[in-house]
Structure formats: C-alpha cells, structure tokens
Design a protein around this ligand. Sequence first.
Ligand code: CTP
Ligand code: MG
Length: 386
Amino acid sequence: MQKNNLAIILSGGKGERFDSNKPKQFFKINQKTIIENSVDKFVNSKLFVKIIIVSHYKFINQTKELFNDRSIKIIEGGQTRQESVFNGLKEAKKFKPSYVLIHDSVRPFFSENIINIILEKLNSFDAVIPSINVYDSIRYSNKIDYRDLPRKNLKLIQTPQGYEFNSILEAHNKFKNQKFTDDSMIFYKSKKKIKLINGEFSNFKITTKEDLKLGKSLYKGQNSMNNIRVGTGFDVHKFKKGKFIKIFGVKIPFDKSLEGHSDADVAFHSIVDAILGALCLGDIGNHFPPSDNKWKNKSSVFFMKYAKDLLIKENFKINNLDITLICENPKVSKYKNDFINSVSQALNLKKELINIKGTTTEKLGFLGREEGVACQVSVTISKDEY
Ligand code: CTP
Ligand code: MG
C-alpha cells in the first residue's frame, strides 16, 4: 500500500553561530539558497504528499517568496528547535500522515538515497535515525581539566530522521516542556525504540561560515565535471588588395588585406563564435548582423569584450582556448606572443590558458592557393561560482 509520507523541514532558527544578520539557510550554494537545496531533494523524490517548512516568524515572507508550490506549506516556528518541530507535527496531523521525515534545512548535502532507505526501514521500525561514528580523539576540556572520553560508543546524529507519525507526535506531546536538540532523544525518552542506520559523512550541518565554505567547495568538486561546456568556432576571410592584415587584433604588414564587413579579424571572430557556441547563444552573426551598418569596420576587440561580458553574465569562466590559424602566408609564427597578449587582454584571461597554433594546407585548396585565411577554435568553459 502506498504510504502517506510527509516531510517537515526546519528553518526556524536564526543561525546565531553563523555570525550574520541573515539566517544561514538563506545563503547560497550553487546559486540556490541552502533551504532550497534541501527542500528540492524532498520535492524531486516525489515521495511526499506534503512538505511543511517551519520558518522563523520574521522570515516567513522571505521563505514564501522562495516556494510557491502548492504541496509546500509554510508555518511559524517556536523559540527552540523542539518547539518548531512540535508546531510542524501539529500542522502535519491535519494530513493524517503514516510516516514523517524531519530534517534540518541547514543540512543540504544528504543524498536522495537516504530518503529511500529511511522510508523503506520505516516499514519495520518506528524511528529510523542516521548516525555516523566518531573517529577523532574526543577530549573533555575546560580551564582546569583535559580528559579523555572513550569514543567507541559515541555517535554523531544527523537528519533526515524518519518516524511513524503518531508515535513521534505522542513523544513530543509527552516532553513538550523540555529542551532536546533532536527528536531521536525525545523519542527514546518516551521509551520507544530507535533504529540507527549509517548516516553520510558529507551530510554535515552548516553552523559556521567555515562550514559554508566547505559546502561550496564540496558542491564544486561534485559538479565541476558536469558543468564543463565545449564550444567550437570556425571562420574564413578572403584576401583583397591592401597593405596589412589584422588578426588577433594585431596589425601585420602584408601585401594584401582581409575582406569583411567589420575589420575582418578572422581569429577574433572565430574565438567569439566558439564562446557563443559554448554558451549555447547562437553565433556572431546573430549578435552583430552584417546587414546592420552599425558594425561596419567595427574593431573586433569590441566583439571579444562582448563575449567576455556574456561569460560573466552567465556565470561561466574560460578553462582554455585552443586556436589554429590556417594560411600559407603571411608567416605568423614570430607574432605568436603578440597574439597571445592580445587575446589575454581582450578576454581578461591568463596567458597560460591560451594556445595558438599555425598550420598550412600543404598548398591544397583555397587556403593553399593563398586566397584567404581561416581560423578554428575550441574553447572549454565552466561555471564560475557555487
Ligand atoms: N531551528 C528551528 N527552530 C528554532 C531553532 C532552530 O527550526 N527555534 C532549526 C534551524 O533552522 C536548523 C535546525 O533547527 O535548520 C538546526 O539548528 P541549528 O543548526 O542550531 O540552527 P540555528 O538555531 O539557526 O543556529 P544557531 O543555533 O547557531 O543560532
Ligand atoms: Mg540552534
């Protein structure tokens, strides 16, 4: 039979140890608030008929702005964590749930798998509590004392914790005037059995600013591969009469010039196209139509800066640029450093991340017949902030 599961997410604290005017649950990891990171996992699991967020009364509107899903109810918390949970349970009663999961919003790193494990175990136990062993040395320490505490039987208790609904409500009713820091203790004091399961080391509670830093780097580590994008660019310009060509923004004396609507900088155009490609934002022609006279003879440094600004706007940074310039003549190898400097400056990118190669087509085809210059570019970009 499908069980009626409900989740209570606690956000009633002010995060005083976090040292900020804003409660820690409203700080962002991966461009989403910590509370959204937590709630989204419950929503995405599709295993809950109702989610109740217990919010600090001062931040109820701010919380409502984040969530407008009809299956999410936002209510006021109490003075202590225990009171906030109790408020959540009283609200939950209206929905007659079979099982309830209680979770601290400030633990955004639990896996969706732990939700499955807890719900599955609730078919056999009335309270399922994730915990982890303590491996560090534990000492009791104050001004006069420094003592060993045997760690063998010590456990760190986490959330989400799962309960048979009526049993946890009864336990909270019984101990409503006491102060426990988690519900497993209340449940246990109520002479009910609890089942400890393996928690997750990465599911730590964000308490201080340092925890937030760790959380961000953890997220970055987990997702850096997923966020890498590749873009390619290719451009050709043909020769016309002239005295110099401009490539990579550098003027090179030559007995011909390159033809084009703007300044015909085949290399910069190709780089811009590669960046636009990686951002999935079309091509240079979409952004600067040749039909528009505004772009006539425009310096391509402008297009490069435009691409750089788009990267910043979309929160991406360039990991590396690999560029191949293809022409028989002019010989460009002696300008390589000038090219790299110019790209580096236009994109505000470290020189070590830019590679420029020159090649010919062995006299074959239009490039071999020296009818023009081609340039191809690969770029990889990744999300800049978490
Ligand atoms: N909590 C709650 N109601 C309270 C106090 C705490 O719902 N009156 C919630 C917090 O929002 C948090 C969880 O309980 O999700 C764990 O508490 P804790 O880490 O102590 O958070 P804060 O109480 O906000 O932080 P601090 O103790 O540093 O002020
Ligand atoms: Mg607290």
